[in-house]
Each structure stands twice: as C-alpha cells, then as structure tokens.
Ligand binder design. Structure first.
Ligand code: F6R
Length: 606
C-alpha cells in the first residue's frame, strides 16, 4: 500500500527522503513522488514505476531543501501514472496521502463549483484543494487542515506542506503514521523500517491526531485543535534487521531467520522447568468461564488462526470459530459478551482485521491481539497484546510472521490450559520441551535448501499446482499454495484432502503436480487414500512428511522429509520447505519476489 515519508530539520532532505522511500518499497507501489521546500518554492517530482526512476531525476536536479515529503503510490482511484502519483498540489499546499477518501466525488463537485481545477483522477487531490479553499476564505494553515479533515469520510494518513508558512502537518485516521524523533529533526513515516536507520524514538499517532512541525518545533493536537500528549517509545529493531544482510531477497532472509525468530518468541515465556508459560507485562483478559474463542485475520495470518483452532479445540475443548476479517465484519456475527476475540496480524494495520476487532468489542467480546509490530493499531486497541518477536518482515510474502504466530498460539493454548486447570505443570513441561526443540528442527530443514531448489527446478515450468492436507495440515496446504501463487504467479489452489473427490479431482493429470502434506498423524491413512486417487489419474505427487518410511514415498515423484514433532507444531516444520519451494520457483522464474505484482505488504484499506 502507499507509503509516506517526511522530513523537517536542518539537513538536506532529498537524499534522506529518497532513501526512506526505498525502505518502504516492500509495501508495494506503482509510482513515486517527492516535494521539497527550499528557500523559495516547493519543487515536485513524480514518476511512474520504481523509486529508482525518481532517484535518477532528483539526483540530476540537485534539489535543495530541508523540509519535504515523499510518497509511493499503490493505485486505488486512477491508473498508475505520473499524473496520478503523489504529491498533489493546490495553490501552495502540497499533500501526500495513504488511504481512501470515500466522499471524494461529492467534495470534488463542490470544489469544482467553487472554481477549483483538478489535474488527476485520484481521491487524494480533493485534500489539498479543500485546504487551499479554507485558506482562501481566510483561515490559517492549521485551521484549514483541521476543517478539511472534518469534511473527509474514509481513511487517511497525510503529510501536508505549505509553501508560504514553511510548515509541515501530519495527520491520520485509520491509516498508520508515525513520527520519528531525531536530534533537532523530525521524520514522519508510514512505518518503522522506513526510518529505523535515523532514530529509535517514535510517536505512534492515534486517529484524529495532528502533528504540526514548524521551525524545529513539534506540536501535537487533535482535529479540534486541543493539545494531546503521546508517549515517545523506543523501538529495539536494528537497521540490520531491515536490510538484506547478504541474501538475494528479503523473503529468503526472513525464511532463514525463522529459527532465531521462534527462539526470540519463546524467550522468557516458555518456562520449561516450572512447567509454566508467562507473558510478562501482558495483562491477559480474565479467562474464567470462557465459552467461546474467535480467531480472525486475513491471508497468511488467517491460516495461522486455522492452525490455532485445531490446537485449542483438541486440547482445551473450547469451541473456536475462525473467520476471514473481511467476512466477519459484514455477516452480523453472533458474538456473546465474554467471548474471547483473538485478532492475528503481522502488521497490526490490516484494515479489515482492525474493523473486525472493533466490531467484536462493540458486541461485548474481550479482545486479544497477536501482532508483530509495536505501536500498531491492533496492538494499541486490543485489551491485551502478545507480540511475536519476528523482527521486521519486509518481504511481501509473510513467512517468519506465520511460524512465530503459530508459536505464540501454542504458548497461549498452554497458558489458557494452565489457567483453566486443563493442563498440569507436567503437561506443560512436556509440550514446552517440544517447542524448545523447534528452532533446531527448523534449522535442519533450512539446511536442505539446495535439494528443495533442485526440486523447484524440476517443477518450475508447471502452470498449475494442487495442495492437499487434512486436519491441522489443511491450513498448511492453503498457506503453501498462497506462497507459491503470490510470488511465482503460478496458479495454485489448496483443498482439504477429503474434498478432492468432490470436484478438483477432475483437474488431475500428469500436468498438475499435487503437493500432499502428510505427516504421520491421525490423518495419515486417510491422506494416503487421497494420494492413491491422485496416482490412479497419473498425477505427480510431491510429498511433505515427517515419515521417512511413508507408505506412498516410493511412488511419489518427490519426497521432502522434515523432522518430527507433536501434532500441534508439525505445521511449522511442514511449512518451511513449502516456503523454500515457492521462493526457489519464483527466483528461478525471475519474478519480483519481494514485491510481487499487485500486492501490498500492509493492506490498510478495505
Ligand atoms: C501473504 C500475506 C498476506 C497477509 C495479509 C494479512 O503472504 O502476507 O496474506 O498475511 O495481508 O496481513 P497482516 O498479517 O499484516 O494482518
């Protein structure tokens, strides 16, 4: 999704902004632009395509200025083009925007009637015109911004620059925006990795906040002009964490970080000796009398929820309902007061997941968020939050966030089990021993990357894949198919293995490889039956199993063996080779692995 960066300080802003913008490239975008305020007027440059194109232009132009804004656009209203790229300008007001202005057509008509001329097809362009309109009517700059914001319906994070007053304003509603505090300088950004090399001190703006930067001072108000106070928080992510560190892609680096990420996620929480799980500093909701748990998310995080449901229902016998956030919010769900609503999100900024959590809370649910980003909206708004300690995830395809989410769900399941008396210390101790061994086992799968690359070479030219799994392995199959399709653009779909004969079996022939996730668990025999059905139709099987002596191994076209663990944690180990398989195929095909076409890292609009 769109990315915003801004700078107000004493240094030349151009290079700082372009560099910060390139750190936001992972969010997905189609055009980029920059506005710089030097001694005189604001200079704007915009380009369709990559930040690199913009960099070439501005480096040649030797743009000067110590205040500025820059933007990467992910098209919503109007095609990707230079004309629609941000910043947009009206008079001496310049705006960059992330989000969607839902009432832009009505506003545009009103402004056109007042003589405003529009140059783009975007919803964003109404914002500078509205601000300029209020300014023409005699309002000062900050009042004009406030009044304009009150006219808007929808979601926005904006940066506004006014030439004549040398003032920068940042404001947000339902789209993330942070302020980075440097030494005599300020940064604004859509998220932390953009400016992590500049500062480790951040203010996470809240909805309806406005930060006003003028002459090295910052003032925080709400849209009514009242002063607000926001905590300055220190973030311990390092610059190296947001860089590739010698890997060819962020995605590959992040796949290889999973052993470390899972260890960090367990740190201080898995108290093996005591047979307890602790979430220090987390005020978890009261679990007494809990009758139902909801687990709601989008995409990969939703697949993690499906795995969480298996863990909790099997072990704790508490009913769990999972849903896609985009469905949950529009189906008038039957949430009862006291239900526990768990939202799961890497970014903590996914618009549908945030809306679903707000909806559940309004129906009386207690809310808990599993999230990777400190200060994000879900982390701030949930009654409690348990962080995955995956570190920044830059590759658009989620990998380490997924496996650390499963690790947190497992810990949470043990924690709830202890609280409700379902588990004794011994039960917890035994299970913690298993999860403690997971980082080492993940590493041993990672060490087989060469052989998975060789398998990728064999299969890279197929255009369709089917993924099958049963029980807790079905979400793994779904996630394996999602990884492959999103980065390689190969059509891949996943089915619960038992569903295959209800339709997809019609597709099977030698041109359709079938990836079967079949560990030696309670689903083993049944999945073997499905594999027989595939082979009877000349289908090629790629088998992922923890069982070296799997009864289908000799007849499968490809076997990938992973280490064994308990039922609840096997999806972590089955998933790692599927991530590598998708990565290597995409890399061999030469797609843009870290920024696949049409995709955005953080889906901050509906
Ligand atoms: C797929 C992927 C997406 C995200 C989804 C939710 O690889 O990354 O499907 O999982 O957009 O994002 P978060 O977890 O940030 O809420």
């Amino acid at each position: 999704m769109c990315g915003i960066v801004g700078y107000e300080g004493t240094r030349e802003a151009c290079d700082i902004l372009i560099e910060a913008l390139s750190r936001l490239e992972y969010r997905g975008y189609d055009s980029a632009g920059i506005a710089l305020l030097g001694q005189g007027t604001i200079h704007i440059e915009r380009r369709k395509g990559k930040v690199e194109e913009l960099r070439k232009i501005v480096s040649g132009a030797a743009l000067k200025g110590s205040i500025g804004l820059a933007h990467t656009r992910w098209a919503t209203h109007g095609v990707p083009s230079e004309r629609n790229a941000h910043p947009h300008r009206a008079g001496d007001v310049v705006v960059v925007h992330n989000g969607i202005i839902e009432n832009y057509l009505a506003l545009k008509q009103r402004l056109k009637r007042a003589g405003h001329v529009f140059m783009s097809d975007t919803d964003t362009e109404v914002i500078p015109h509205l601000i300029a309109d209020y300014a023409e009517k005699g309002r000062n700059f900050t009042d004009s911004v406030r009044l304009a914001l009150k006219d808007l319906k929808g979601s926005w994070a904006i940066g506004v620059l006014k030439e004549s007053e040398r003032t920068l304003v940042a404001a947000k509603n339902q789209s993330p925006l942070i302020v980075g505090i440097g030494d005599g300088e300020y940064f604004i950004a859509s998220d932390i990795p953009a400016i992590i090399n500049r500062t480790d001190r951040f203010i996470f703006l809240e909805d309806n906040d406005m930060a006003i930067f003028r002459g090295r001072d910052m003032r925080l108000t709400n849209v009514d002009g009242e002063e607000v106070v926001r905590e300055v928080r220190q973030v311990r992510w390092t610059t190296a964490m947001a860089e590739k560190g010698g890997y060819s892609h962020f995605m590959l680096k992040e796949i290889f970080e999973q052993s470390r990420a899972i260890s960090d996620t367990l740190l201080g929480r898995a108290r093996e000796e005591e047979g307890e799980v602790e979430f220090e500093g987390v005020d978890l909701p009261d679990l007494a009398g809990i009758r139902k748990i909801w687990m709601v998310a989008c995409g990969t995080s939703h697949h993690a929820c499906m795995i969480g449901r298996h863990m909790i229902e099997t072990n704790l016998r508490i009913p769990v309902e999972t849903d896609l956030a985009s469905e949950f919010r529009y189906r008038d769900p039957i949430v009862s007061p006291g239900d526990l609503f768990i939202s799961v999100s890497q970014s903590g900024e996914t618009a549908d997941t945030i809306a679903a959590m707000r909806d559940a809370r309004s129906r009386g649910a207690r809310t808990l968020s599993i999230c990777n980003v400190l200060g994000s909206t879900l982390a701030r708004e949930a009654d409690s939050v348990v962080f995955t300690h995956a570190g920044p995830e830059i590759g658009v395809a989620s990998t380490k966030a997924f496996t650390t989410q499963i690790a947190v769900m497992f810990l949470l399941m043990l924690f709830i089990g202890r609280k409700l008396g379902t588990f004794g210390c011994r039960d917890v101790r035994e299970r913690l021993r298993e999860i403690r061994a997971i980082p080492r086992k993940v590493q041993s799968v990672l060490d087989t990357t060469r052989s998975i690359e060789a398998a990728a070479e064999r299969y890279m030219s197929f255009r369709n894949f089917l993924f099958l799994g049963r029980g807790i392995n079905f979400p793994t199959a779904l996630e394996g198919a999602l990884k492959l399709k999103e980065i390689s653009y190969i059509h891949a779909e996943a089915y619960a293995a038992g569903e295959m004969k209800h339709g997809p079996i019609a597709l099977i022939d030698e041109s359709m490889p079938v990836v079967c996730v079949s560990p030696a668990d309670r689903t083993y025999k049944k999945t073997c039956g499905n594999m027989e059905e595939v082979m009877a139709r000349k289908g090629n099987i790629i088998l992922i199993s923890d069982d070296e002596t799997h009864e289908m191994a000799a007849r499968a076209a490809q076997v990938i063996v992973v280490p064994r663990t308990i039922y609840e944690l096997q999806p972590i180990l089955s998933m790692v080779p599927l991530q590598l398989f998708a990565y290597h195929i995409a890399n061999l095909l030469g797609t843009d692995v870290d920024q696949p076409r049409n995709l955005a890292k953080s889906v901050t609009v509906e």
